[in-house]
Design a protein around this ligand. Structure first.
Ligand code: FE2
Length: 352
């Protein structure tokens, strides 16, 4: 299930513009907690119904969505709009909260594809970090006790996103780097996928060019509005790529560590790209170059309290990613992917 359903608006003052459009409606805000004390986001304090989500320490969990669902059900009146403002995790939480508000929980039962969902509360996004198109994608990636997987359904898509390049300026180099590496991986994987449409491959190649441009320059450490515009364009392209495109092996491998530890998605994806040297040989050196050019330290998998004893658990998670393996290898993927071959990749990650 894929497609693009979101109206995209560019703005030089996104929050004020949001208020202009939706100010008379009942609004429920889900905001990244790092924005709470930043002056450029002071308008957010105007909202009485607001959740400050700590995206720095946690990816959104199905239990977070269930809590939001319950919170909304206790309000005297149902909100008209849920605003998700922040990075991909916060926007995904807002999208999931909006759709679960009109569907019976728990949210865990909708992780995957093909479930029936009622239309949710309208969701609007304002990204404060250029990522992989969470601002427009019909996907909300969530962690549940046994897996990390998106709710993939057109009803998850926001009705509108308001893109303001100035809001992404103050993010740390480290955060921007790993988010952009995820964007790089999305575009790379969609471009070489066996199952992507021509449309998805064509735009993914354009997105890859933008990512390469930023990662190989000093644009992360010395950001300008132009570099922020490039990153926003790469992110939107990542979201558009969900129309007929799908990520592959690197994402399948990245979900193992993510499911068992608090590692950030972009870090896990970068570790996976390097551990998959045999099948991603054309980008192995390139990824290493981006790390050194941007003076970023890649954490080791052991930094997240993961040990070789966790390989079986991570392998079980990666083995469930049928559609991603199919994206990489085509219909014959079971000939190439088995618990032994996946465990070997994780061994490499530990020995790196
Ligand atoms: Fe990703």
């Amino acid at each position: 299930m894929s497609g693009v359903y979101t109206n995209i608006k560019f703005s030089q003052n996104a929050i004020a513009e949001f208020l202009d459009i939706y100010g008379n409606e009942r609004i429920f805000v889900i905001s990244d907690s790092v924005l709470k004390d930043k002056p450029e986001f002071s308008l957010l304090k105007k909202f009485s119904e607001i959740i400050w989500f700590d995206a720095t320490n946690s990816e959104p969990r199905t239990t977070d969505v269930d809590t939001i669902r319950q919170q909304i059900s206790q309000l005297p009146l149902v909100p008209d709009i849920i605003l998700g403002i922040g990075g991909g995790s916060t926007m995904d939480l807002a999208k999931a909260g909006a759709v679960l508000a009109t569907n019976a929980g728990p949210s865990e039962k909708y992780q995957g594809w093909g479930y029936n969902l009622n239309i949710g509360i309208k969701c609007v996004t304002i990204p404060t970090l250029a990522g992989t198109g969470a601002e427009i994608s019909p996907i909300a990636v969530l962690k549940s006790p046994h897996k990390k997987l998106g709710i993939n359904h057109p009803c998850v898509a926001p009705i509108q996103t308001i893109i303001d390049f100035s809001l992404t300026q103050s993010v740390s180099v480290n955060n921007k780097f790993f988010t952009l590496m995820d964007c790089f991986a999305h575009n790379y994987e969609i471009a070489r996928s066996q199952t992507s449409s021509i449309f998805a491959v064509t735009i993914a190649k354009a997105g890859l060019g933008l990512c390469r441009d930023i990662l190989s320059s000093n644009e992360l450490s010395e950001p300008t509005l132009l570099s922020a515009e490039k990153a926003a364009a790469a992110s939107l392209i990542g979201g558009l790529g969900t129309a007929g495109g799908r990520v592959g092996a690197c994402h399948a491998i990245s979900y193992g560590p993510s499911s068992l530890s608090p590692i950030k998605h972009g870090e896990s994806v970068t570790l996976a790209m390097l551990a998959l040297k045999e099948i991603y040989s054309d980008i192995y050196q390139e990824v290493g170059h981006y790390l050194s050019a941007n003076k970023v330290r890649l954490p080791r998998i052991q930094d997240f309290d993961l040990r070789k004893g966790d390989i079986d658990g991570m392998t079980a998670v990666a083995m469930k990613m049928d559609l991603l393996w199919q994206s990489h290898y085509g219909e014959q993927w079971p000939q190439f992917v088995n618990p032994k071959s996946i465990a070997k990749v994780y061994e490499k990650m530990f020995d790196a």
